[in-house]
Ligand binder design. Structure first.
Ligand code: NAD
Length: 258
């Protein structure tokens, strides 16, 4: 229960990796905001119900908020609603992104409108959510920001250039923000998963087929699941990672080694 007393926002937590992280952080004692463009309220209620009957725990453990991370107004409201409900903002996990819904193909075929929308969600969305929570973290002189990057920009995976560009930007923002916020007791780190069997990729198996050979490149040769990523999220959200910032932790069964 190392996260008791912590209030943590997870964007994109209605399903997939974000949802698995939300369940784990609640199990570790945190109160979690499920912020998502779809099914946020329902997902928060499911996590609350499955969190068990510990009568000593603060209730509610979760809050569901419908948020488009690329909307400045939504992200400001997200921070306000978190403060109203839980009184603090200790962590932000930027997990929401356009990924599995993206059609794979040569870079020349990516429509300009899709480039713009994807960068708006995957890059500007991270900046807006971070900007919304930082004033409260500064007041607390304590905060943990965790960005979902990807192994794809590290490997130069072909087939979705706009996506790997966005995740490369997330790694760069993680480093820059770490330096801008280090003096305020706020750490900023990234997690880079390998191809993971999330709700998104299972619903769009072209991605799983596209990177099927990737499993053979892993030291641990099996599929990656969302649960493979929750332990590192819990560590980065806790006091245990206090002197680590600006880092990208690759969690992919040992495919990328750097
Ligand atoms: N699954 C993988 O193989 C993989 C690999 C590397 C990195 N990642 C990254 O991990 C994160 C989660 O991936 P996943 O596969 O679990 O995704 P997913 O598709 O299963 O879930 C993504 C969630 O984000 C939400 N979302 C999308 N756009 C949003 C917006 N504008 N505002 C708010 N919410 C929005 C969706 O509604 C959905 O609930 C993403 O950042 C992804 O890029 C995933």
């Amino acid at each position: 229960m190392k996260l008791v007393g912590k209030s943590i926002i997870i964007t994109g937590a209605a399903q997939g990796i974000g949802h698995a992280m939300a369940r784990r952080l609640v199990a570790d004692g945190a109160r979690v905001v499920v912020a998502d463009i779809g099914r946020a309220v329902e997902a928060a209620a499911e996590i609350e119900q499955s969190s068990g009957a510990d009568h000593t725990a603060e209730r509610p453990r979760t809050l569901g908020l419908t948020v488009d991370v690329s909307s400045e107004i939504d992200t400001v409201r997200m921070a306000e609603a978190t403060l109203d409900a839980f009184g603090r903002i200790d962590g932000l996990i930027n997990c929401a992104a356009m990924f599995a819904t993206v059609k794979l193909g040569p870079f020349e075929d990516i429509p300009v409108a899709e480039w713009k929308r994807l960068l708006e969600v995957n890059v500007i969305g991270v900046a807006l959510c971070t900007r919304a929570v930082v004033p409260q973290m500064r007041r607390q002189q304590w905060g943990r920001i965790i960005n979902l990057a990807s192994g794809a920009p590290l490997k130069g995976t072909p087939g979705f250039l706009h996506y790997i560009a966005s995740k490369g930007a997330v790694i760069a923002m993680t480093r820059g923000l770490a330096r801008e916020l280090g003096g305020d007791g706020i750490t900023v780190n990234a997690i880079a998963p390998g191809l993971t069997e999330s709700d998104g990729t299972l619903a769009h198996p072209a991605h799983l087929r596209h990177q099927a050979t990737g499993i053979r490149s892993r030291a641990i040769q099996r599929e990656e699941t969302p649960d493979d990523l929750v332990g590192v999220a819990s560590f980065l959200a806790s006091d245990d990672s206090a002197f680590m910032t600006g880092q990208t932790l690759v969690v992919d069964g040992g495919s990328v080694m750097h």
